[in-house]
Design a protein around this ligand. Sequence first.
Ligand SMILES: Nc1ncnc2c1ncn2[C@@H]1O[C@H](COP(=O)(O)OP(=O)(O)O)[C@@H](O)[C@H]1O
Ligand SMILES: N[C@@H](CC(=O)OP(=O)(O)O)C(=O)O
Length: 394
Amino acid sequence: MRVVAKFGGTSLGNGDRVNRAADSIADAVNEGHEVAVVASAMGSTTDFLLDAITFEADEADEAEIVSMGERTSVRMLKAALGARGIDAKFLEPGTEDWPVITDEHGQVDVEETKRRAKQLAADMAAKGYVPVLTGFLAQDHAGNVTTLGRGGSDTTAVMLGNYMDAEEVVIITDVEGVMTGDPRVVEGARNVGEITVDELRNLSFRGAEVVAPSALSYKTGEMVVRVAHYQHGDLLDGGTKIEGQFENLIDMREEPLACLTAAGRAIRNTPGVLSDLSAVLADADINVDAVSSGMDSISFYVDAAVAERAENVLHQAVIDLNEVSSVTVDSDVAVLRITGGEASGQSALLEDVVVPLADEHVEILDLITSATSIAVFLEWDDREDALELIQDAV
Ligand SMILES: Nc1ncnc2c1ncn2[C@@H]1O[C@H](COP(=O)(O)OP(=O)(O)O)[C@@H](O)[C@H]1O
Ligand SMILES: N[C@@H](CC(=O)OP(=O)(O)O)C(=O)O
């Protein structure tokens, strides 16, 4: 089996851990597996190096300085593997067969990286050595060092796993896998065993960076991605299995929504109005599809079929609450949701969604963005055109 094994900073935090990592790699190689290793900087070296840049440094100098963390790790691991009789070779930006190529801003050149990764896979299979690659680092077309951004070693590993046709990518870290909560914070966190990419992307975009969110978009359906503890010892077993394939999804709600807006100038200064209005809808067993709020209003999107009932219960609430003056309904609203790896803080994706609609004068009634999705609310009659425009753009 071809495996890409990524060792995070914590799993290479000291000499003992480097030895442990080398033992687990050597065991897998001796069992007959083809292993490519991706290494992060030891412990918190990257933070240390970045903190030490207390002067004006341009992007290129910063990348060169910070690269020393990963460059050290691959030399350590290569030597530790050599001590175990394993033929290992370290690869870093600048080495002839280095695979990860980006533009000068760190955007991956997919075609070139794919080509080089496939070549590397063929070479390691033919010659039987273990490549030990610097995670996080890349090289631009002019040969300068670039980075894939903080936490980028996970991306290196899952991307290379994908392009090298690996059966499995193992992310070795300091937790037993994806847990029910951050074990550094909550007590009694348990390993979830299995999790889908979709579930994990919602977690990782929100801080559970046990796998960096940018890595998940490289997960294919066939390739297993596993997260395991460095103390476990066995590269090929245990931890949490991440299932499924990452997709940019565009979803159009099949039934129309109604938008109920409660307005009142006191909303901005009064705690609990959202809670009170949500509670009356919940008491009436009305599901809320989405909520958006402004300074003086709160809008609830509900299924059009229950709009009248929703309007009545909200109207009663308006009468009961001093802070809200009036409620109004806009019927026949469509919603398109775009969910994907690029959604998080990516102004480019937002632009891809909004600009084509604006160019064609399709009115956007509301836009709700979260870390992992963009919801566009439109007139019901505009939905087909909007879907086509967005599908072409993203
Ligand atoms: N739900 C969760 N499950 C597991 N780990 C979590 C979760 N949420 C946050 N974490 C944190 O993620 C950390 C692992 O990521 P990271 O520090 O980037 O490791 P590495 O240095 O190995 O790349 C764990 O130490 C843990 O504190
Ligand atoms: N060393 C880099 C890249 C990385 O992915 O590190 P880790 O795997 O330790 O999170 C960083 O700290 O951002």
